[in-house]
Design a protein around this ligand. Structure first.
Ligand SMILES: Cc1cc2nc3c(=O)[nH]c(=O)nc-3n(C[C@H](O)[C@H](O)[C@H](O)COP(=O)(O)OP(=O)(O)OC[C@H]3O[C@@H](n4cnc5c(N)ncnc54)[C@H](O)[C@@H]3O)c2cc1C
Length: 381
């Protein structure tokens, strides 16, 4: 059909196959065990690094393999097929913590902090949220006071993905006065004296990703680890949000897709009142609505991604896409659980995990309400 825009070409499809095989071989068989353990083996970072999965979308100069946003999307979609969004979030913590280094960092910082993470030798986390500051990023209170060649950093970070075993933290700190202008970004290595980590935080979902509180007690961080200039941190953080929101939207769509696929399989195989569930018009209509929502959300997210790739400002649209994808995944995972009946409530069914894992997607990277704040400011201009 003329004018039909395809988002995925040969290169994307080849990569999709590679990631699919990797997931089938290295992740899916072990997922249930890792979910119960509350983490996956550190070795998986190495394996994903060796397979080139962590390098997708990053510049060649720092160990990346380049490519457009749709390569990353294809990769996340295939990783999500393992059925544990916790694994995807844990492996993906580099995707929220490395971009600010590339965006604001010097050549030296990029060369020091990026290649080991893309190889899977080091684990990288992002530290923005604090016990007293989540949505209101501008109110963070972790301080970094310059003393000679160091910043002395004191404070705490909360809910940090991969935080239990991260080797480096791209960390928001206050170097100046109140408000967003006083915020800077520092890369803090976990080996720094005064850096300590809580037990793994127990969560509703994302069990296979380790999440921690991080304590910074007069950590001496070299001034060479400051990204950009003092006061540029908030800029680095907001730039990064677009990327994070896109990935969370893709994760939400895949959560919906898997819930839909599981439901279709179940309905085909199950009977109630002596007839196949598929014969029930109510069930068929529910599945039709689920499929329609998934399709609409996926197309919207792809369209926004294509515009971001083309360099267009999509702050409003990506906020809309994230909220829409999460609204859809809330509905579709709920409907899937209903279709499964009691079996959907059991730990043995994938829809149970999808339902739990889904819940964080509309909170992380900016809550529904914060997305609506962003959208409302931009539609009233
Ligand atoms: C599993 C998990 C992993 C995470 N990973 C990371 C990570 O790796 N790095 C990191 O830095 N953070 C991480 N986070 C933190 C996450 O980004 C925050 O939880 C999120 O930004 C919300 O902040 P909060 O929890 O402090 O909620 P709050 O900001 O306290 O919000 C509570 C409620 O108030 C509402 N609200 C707040 N302000 C407004 C407003 N102005 N208008 C209307 N409503 C408002 C919110 O929408 C929400 O409903 C993670 C969280 C979880 C649970």
């Amino acid at each position: 059909m003329s004018g039909l825009q395809e988002y995925f070409g040969e290169r994307h499809n080849r990569l999709r196959q590679t990631v699919r095989k990797f997931v089938e071989r290295e992740i899916t068989p072990f997922v249930d065990e890792w979910e119960l353990q509350g983490e996956f083996p550190r070795e998986l970072y190495h394996k994903a690094g060796e397979a080139g999965i962590l390098a997708i979308g990053y510049p060649d100069a720092y160990g990346g393999s380049g490519g457009d946003l749709f390569l990353k999307i294809a990769c996340v979609e295939e990783l999500m097929r393992c059925g544990s969004a916790g694994v995807v979030a844990g492996l993906g913590s580099l995707d929220i913590s490395v971009p600010p280094i590339l965006f604001l960092g010097t050549e030296d910082q990029k060369s020091r902090f990026v290649p080991p993470v893309l190889k899977g030798d080091k684990i990288s986390s992002l530290g923005i949220t604090e016990p007293g500051a989540g949505s209101d990023v501008a109110s963070i209170s972790t301080t970094a006071v310059r003393q000679g060649n160091h910043y002395v950093v004191t404070g705490a970070k909360m809910f940090i993905t991969s935080g239990v075993r991260a080797d480096q933290l791209t960390c928001a700190v206050r170097t100046g006065g109140q408000g967003y202008e006083g915020i800077s970004l520092l890369v803090i290595e976990s080996a720094t004296q005064g850096y300590s980590v809580s037990e793994k935080l127990k969560k509703l979902g994302w069990w296979a990703s380790d999440t921690a509180q991080i304590f910074l007690d007069e950590c001496q961080v070299p001034v060479e680890n400051l990204l950009g200039q003092e006061g540029q941190g908030f800029y680095g953080i907001t730039e990064n949000f677009q990327n994070e929101r896109l990935q969370l939207s893709v994760m939400a769509n895949m959560t919906s897709q898997l819930a839909l696929e599981e439901s279709l399989k179940y309905v085909r195989e199950s009977e109630s009142f002596g007839k196949s569930l598929w014969k029930s018009q109510v069930t068929r209509h529910k599945l039709s609505d689920m499929a329609t929502l998934v399709e609409a959300s996926r197309e919207f997210v792809y369209r926004v991604a294509a515009k971001i790739d083309a360099g267009k400002n999509q702050v409003k649209e990506i906020s809309m896409a994230k909220n829409f994808a999460c609204m859809v995944s809330d509905k579709v995972t709920g409907d899937a659980l209903e279709i499964f009946g009691g079996l959907g409530y059991l730990r043995t069914s994938l829809v149970e995990r999808l339902y739990r894992d889904n819940r964080i997607l509309s909170i992380g990277g900016g809550t529904q309400e914060i997305m609506k704040e962003v959208i409302s400011k931009l539609i009233f201009r």
